[in-house]
Design a protein around this ligand. Sequence first.
Ligand SMILES: [Zn+2]
Length: 630
Amino acid sequence: METLTGASLEERFAGPLATIDEAWSPPPRLLISEWAERYRYLSPEASAEPGLWNNERAAHLVLPMDYLSPYRACERVVFKSSSQAGKTECLLNFIGYIIDLDPGPILAIQPNITPMGEAFSKDRIATMLRDCPTLADKIGKVKARASASTILHKTFPGGHVTIAGANSPSSLASRPIRYLICDELDRWEATKEGDPLLLARKRLQTFRARRTAKEIIASTPTYADVGICAEYDRCTQQWEWHLACQHCGELQFPTLEHFRWDNEDAATVRYLCKSCGAEHGLAMADKVKLSGRWVCVKEGPESAAGFAFNEWGSPFARWDDTIAEWINAQGDPARKQVVVNTVFGEPWEGEGERADPSALAQRCEDYGAEVPDGIQVLTMGVDVQGDRLELEVVGWGHRRESWSIAYQVLPGEPTSGEVWEDLLEVIDQPFERADGSQMKIAHVCIDSGAYTQHVYEAIKRYRRHSVTPIKGAPGMAREEIDRDWRAVMKRRARRVRYGKPPEIVGVDQIKLTVFHALNAIKGQANYCHFPANRSEEYFLQLTGERLIVAASKNRRPERHWVPIHSAVEALDCRVYAYAALLLSRADLSQPAKAAAPAPLPVTPPVKAMPPPRRVAPSHRPSFAPEGWGL
Ligand SMILES: [Zn+2]
């Protein structure tokens, strides 16, 4: 294994140098890290330690930066890291070096122009240009000649830097570029026009032919095999930032498995050597981090070099803070994924993207009342099938703790009126609390994706504000409730008066929320309760899909739900009941008051309402699980 640390220039470049195009005169022989130590001043707005750059403070950035220097054959650097790794500073040093010593056209791509591209330009590039005298001089000369610079386009002698958004391929215009800087790759969304990374790379062709093109891609990872992980895997040479054991000297790539702590107390954290078992407590953390060095784990040509770095070795983070974040994220898969991606710098393997039906079935409980204490609002989701309606009534409490109150199948074709009458009976039926008070359903969502006109007509007849047709729209990027579309449809509805416009519901995103909730631990937010009489089939349907991640045609991580059970109506009903909760605008930020009277029905009728239909308890629709198997 070859290791590199603060070795001298001669040591680092003992190998053959890059082939240099003869028509091109090389800039003064400075590596990017050397340039930074002479000319780069950190801005007070962006750094806890403003002032001249010091390579010792971020030793892990030296090698990736220097691979981007014009003297190296390396054409592409892939930096896969945790979020507090100084990668933005690495990009800025690269830009500063280009402007100062090796000018050419730069394209810097952020996930979007507003706000990320603009922030990168205003808060990072502009402050760097202001605070580095050598750069301020160069930009100043251009400014005097012409006011050619804008927020997204800055010119300097011999080149320009253009900031683009991956979400708007038109901003990746067609002029050739020599330097490509890709930030936060895993937050780039694929667009209709194609993969923004491939579009941008095409623009490097002219300079690639002259062997002067350079590219850096930096990101925290999301999933294995896609995005930055795929780019890293494709590198011809790979490096990892290892830490050395202070007892036996063994270098190891630090992961969560190297750390121990006692009783959920982050202050007791220590680093464990896998080779000799020696423990290094917090007091030794700085010493261990100083021992860090790049270890080559895949040897090969340096044309594409990948670097993997995480927060365990970062001088900008503390082990106890990292462990505390991990402890606090337990029980919440969404938060755990954030920690794994942005702190450990590792891809998320996924838990919370599928749920275990038998584990859920085993936690069924006797509520002791139709509506257990703690429930603040009731909602209903209705799925429309060719020969029946299926519905679930869900009670919601503080921090979205939920109780499945009823699940029912109403036989009948949606093209006939009868099944809709049956549904109205259930919608209007009150539910009883332990203290005898009653509670009604606050909001109902009915899927109008199929039998659309029949759903609209039924809802029109109901004359209930609280019953909303919904249309599920696929795509993980879609919001849970599509507000924009809603505004448009509301306006249109006023014009054509065809009844209540459907809400567009981002079902894929809501499914993720539902699965995270199904995996929540008792006593924590989002925990789901189920009543004692629920069938096995119910749980198979509720958990009947799983989220998979695959590389799309254009190699962006793309997540979609795939069925793993023959029917998923129970899952659909839960998704719609959750959409109904969002549309009810119930505030669940406070715990329910124990002694307070039960919330009154919040389903005011529109205009005149038919006389309330009281369903005698003996005629109530049955919520027993017999309806299964229709
Ligand atoms: Zn050791």
